[in-house]
Design a protein around this ligand. Structure first.
Ligand SMILES: [Zn+2]
Length: 45
């Protein structure tokens, strides 16, 4: 597979969504959680 195709594949991936509220989770967020910062914080309470 050409390198360009791999780049296109990742570029076309849908944004990661919070498993709790469905809000888009920024890629900057910790990769081991599937929740947005808001829901993740509420879980810790
Ligand atoms: Zn959420």
């Amino acid at each position: 597979m050409a390198l360009g195709s791999v780049v296109e594949f990742f570029r076309n991936l849908p944004p990661k969504q919070c498993s709790c509220c469905g809000q888009e989770v920024k890629e900057m967020h910790d990769c081991y959680t599937h929740q947005c910062e808001k829901c993740d914080t509420e879980d810790l309470k």
